[in-house]
Ligand binder design. Structure first.
Ligand code: AMP
Length: 455
């Protein structure tokens, strides 16, 4: 067989979305848009402004802020970079002097979260000179190479907010939490449970971590391999363990609430009081720690129903000192990130998803003159805010009406030679099959009125 014939026989490869990524189709994006618009509206009422940060940043930014030892940075980042100039020169055949001039390009990573980027932007744009605190929110895709499962993806979406400035007043913590809860309430998210904790600060946490490590070493043999490893790397994460066999042991471990320094204890008590003043219902959970290094004092997590084991829809906490760690001025900070994919799953499970809107009007036209009128009618109707389907080719009226039905159109506007010469357009209501004739201005008026009634 000739090479050409062989090529012809090979079936072209069918591409699929990469594992851990997925397409969101129009039937789903209705809900995504609703969620995002609600976030814009609710966060706006709390005085937050939207920030859009790049999808990729210097790898070092994430290593420094999230922590080089964390799973996110050490195992899960998508990192690129290297010698861009080198490959360009090789391609261009200009090898001379290359080695001596070659500069390794900075490594870059797809963002696994956005807090580090927001802090970088705060510093880069000298936002400490703005009225404080600066209240920002963001939404968009994040990337982590995790093992995909329901509610866990490699490209997932977060909606988050950060408050940065000179003050760590407990009212700031409480207001941020109140804002997320208001957002969830507005979306009618079901089974919402807010857990809070304080994980101390540089003063008291290291002493507690030492104590915890010592206690864990005593029971090391009875722990699973993950927890055994964490005794050295990050003993606080042992408290996170969901392993059934470890639960009894964890219950006997020392609790951080008993080891907070005076300032942290007072701050935590005040946050709780502030939450109560706002009518926010919370549960204290001494085992709540966060996976990222930069958190201190207030930490919180929100779970919702219908999500199985991946039931955390929001995680957040205070991270005073992070801006300084990134070379900025001394700054306090607190924020949260909502897992939008999970939020949407939970809303879908409880049937809170709005239905995809069908077309308002399907224009069934026949004949050259009618086509010109149909184009003009479509323009006017769309300008008035109606969703219009204008078929590109002439069809018999019967077929056009069938199409209109399939698309879930409310009305079919019938434009044939008669209608065009009479100046009277036929409007068919598809739900009951009734028909009436209107002049052009009357038709617009009628549609406007019926839309106002139905919405
Ligand atoms: P984190 O940035 O790890 O504190 O996560 C904040 C929230 O983002 C979590 O509570 C989840 O709802 C969501 N999230 C984190 N990782 C993933 C993932 N791989 N897939 C889907 N959602 C995620």
């Amino acid at each position: 067989m000739s090479e050409g014939a062989q090529k012809k026989q090979e079936k072209p490869r069918k591409f699929q979305a990469i594992r851990g990524t997925r397409d969101l189709l129009p039937s789903e994006t209705v809900l995504w848009n609703h969620v995002e618009q609600t976030a814009h509206a609710v966060f706006g009422t709390f005085g937050f402004g939207e920030i859009r940060v790049p999808i990729f940043e210097s790898t070092d930014l994430f290593a420094r802020s999230i922590g080089a030892e964390t799973d996110v940075v050490s195992k899960e980042m998508y990192t690129f970079g290297g010698f861009a100039e080198f490959s360009e020169r090789v391609r261009g055949g200009r090898m001379e002097g290359m080695l001596s001039e070659m500069q390794p390009e900075e490594m870059i990573s797809l963002r696994p979260e956005a807090t580090a980027s927001v802090c970088r932007a705060y510093i880069e744009h000298s936002m400490q000179q703005l009225p404080q605190p600066v209240k920002l929110y963001y939404m968009g895709p994040m990337f982590r190479r995790e093992r995909p499962q329901k509610g866990r993806y490699r490209q997932f979406y977060q909606i988050g907010a950060e408050v940065l400035g000179g003050s760590d007043a407990p009212a700031i913590d409480a207001e941020v939490i109140e804002m997320v809860m208001t957002f969830f309430d507005r979306l009618e998210l079901q089974g919402v449970q807010l857990d809070i904790n304080s994980i101390g600060d540089r003063n008291c946490r290291p002493k507690y971590v030492d104590l915890l490590r010592a206690e864990l070493l005593k029971v090391k043999d009875r722990l699973g391999p993950d927890s055994q490893r964490r005794i050295e790397t990050n003993p606080l994460r042992v408290l996170d363990s969901k392993l059934e066999s470890e639960q009894g042991i964890i219950a006997t471990l020392p609790r951080i609430a008993d080891h907070l320094c005076e300032e942290c204890a007072a701050h935590y008590a005040a946050v709780k009081h502030q939450l109560e003043m706002r009518g926010v219902i919370y549960r204290e959970n001494w085992r709540l720690v966060r996976g990222l290094d930069y958190y201190m004092r207030t930490t919180f997590e929100i779970t919702a129903q219908g999500l199985g084991s991946q039931n955390a829809v929001c995680g957040g906490g205070r991270y005073d000192g992070l801006v300084e760690l990134l070379g900025g001025p001394s700054t306090k900070g607190i924020g949260f990130a909502i897992g939008e994919d999970r939020l949407i799953l939970s809303l879908q499970e409880s049937g809170k998803a709005p239905a995809q809107e069908g077309r308002d009007v399907y224009i069934a036209w026949m004949g050259e003159r009618a086509h010109a009128t149909a184009i003009r009618a479509a323009k006017d109707l769309r300008k008035a805010g109606f969703s219009v389907e204008l078929p590109p080719l002439e069809q018999k009226f019967g077929k056009a009406l069938g199409q209109a039905d399939k698309l879930g159109a409310k009305y079919a506007l019938i434009l044939g030679d008669n209608e065009v010469s009479e100046g009277l357009w036929t409007l068919k209501t598809l739900a009951d099959g009734s028909q009436a004739k209107y002049t052009e201005p009357d038709l617009l008026d009628h549609l406007r009125k019926s839309k106002a009634v139905s919405s």
